[in-house]
Design a protein around this ligand. Structure first.
Ligand code: IMP
Ligand code: MG
Length: 177
C-alpha cells in the first residue's frame, strides 16, 4: 500500500492540529445549540471520529450515504444509499465531509437537506480543491485548501482502497492513470 504513494501531502501531526483548531471553533459556535453533526459516508469516517471528540459540547450524530456511480477519480451521477435517521427540521446541522471537489455531491446533499427545513445548515470539510469546482457550493469551515491532485488516506479512497492510511498522500499517477 505504501509503495503506491508518491508523497505525503498532510502528515498525521498536521491533520491532528487542524482537527483541534476546527473542533475548538465549532465548539464555540455551537455551544448550547445541540447541533447534529452529519457525516457523508464513507470518506468522512476517520475525520468524523476525530472531529466529534474534538467538540466537547452536547450534540448528536447522524450519517447519510451517497456515492457516485463508478470507481474512478471523477464523481458521476449520485446515488443515495442512506438518508438521515434523525428528524432535522428545526435543528442546527453541520455537514462533515472529507473533500469538496467539483461540489456536485454537496450541492445535491444541501438541496436535499434544506428541503427538510433545518434551523441552520453549514458545511465543514477537511479538504477543499477549489480549482475543481463545477457546482456553486462553498464550505463554511475548511481544514486545508489543496491543489488539484488525487489524494488518498485518512478516509479518502481510490477504488475503495487506501482509506486506512493515517496520513493524506498523493497516489502515484500510474496507479490511477
Ligand atoms: P465532488 O462531488 O466532486 O465534490 O466530490 C466529492 C467526493 O468525491 C468526495 O466525497 C470523495 O469521495 C470524492 N473525491 C473527490 N476528490 C477526491 C480525491 O482527491 N481523493 C479521493 N476521493 C475524492
Ligand atoms: Mg470517495
Amino acid at each position: 500500500m505504501m509503495h503506491d504513494i508518491e508523497k505525503i501531502l498532510l502528515s498525521e501531526e498536521e491533520i491532528k492540529e487542524c482537527v483541534a483548531k476546527l473542533g475548538k471553533q465549532l465548539a464555540e459556535e455551537y455551544a448550547d445549540k445541540n447541533p447534529v453533526f452529519l457525516g457523508i459516508l464513507k470518506g468522512v469516517v476517520v475525520f468524523f471520529a476525530d472531529m466529534i471528540r474534538a467538540i466537547p459540547i452536547r450534540s448528536e450524530i447522524d450519517f447519510i450515504s451517497v456515492s457516485s456511480y463508478g470507481m474512478g477519480t471523477n464523481s458521476g451521477q449520485l446515488k443515495f444509499h442512506k438518508d438521515v435517521s434523525i428528524p432535522i427540521k428545526g435543528r442546527h446541522v453541520v455537514i462533515l465531509e472529507d473533500i469538496l471537489d467539483s461540489g456536485n455531491t454537496l450541492s445535491h446533499v444541501v438541496a436535499h437537506l434544506n428541503a427538510m427545513e433545518p434551523a441552520s445548515l453549514k458545511i465543514c470539510t477537511l479538504l477543499d480543491k477549489p480549482s475543481r469546482r463545477e457546482a456553486p457550493v462553498e464550505a463554511d469551515y475548511v481544514g486545508f485548501t489543496i491543489p488539484n491532485e488525487f489524494v488518498v488516506g485518512y478516509g479518502l479512497d481510490f477504488a475503495e482502497g487506501y482509506r486506512n492510511l493515517p496520513f493524506i498522500g498523493v497516489l502515484k499517477p500510474e496507479i490511477y492513470g
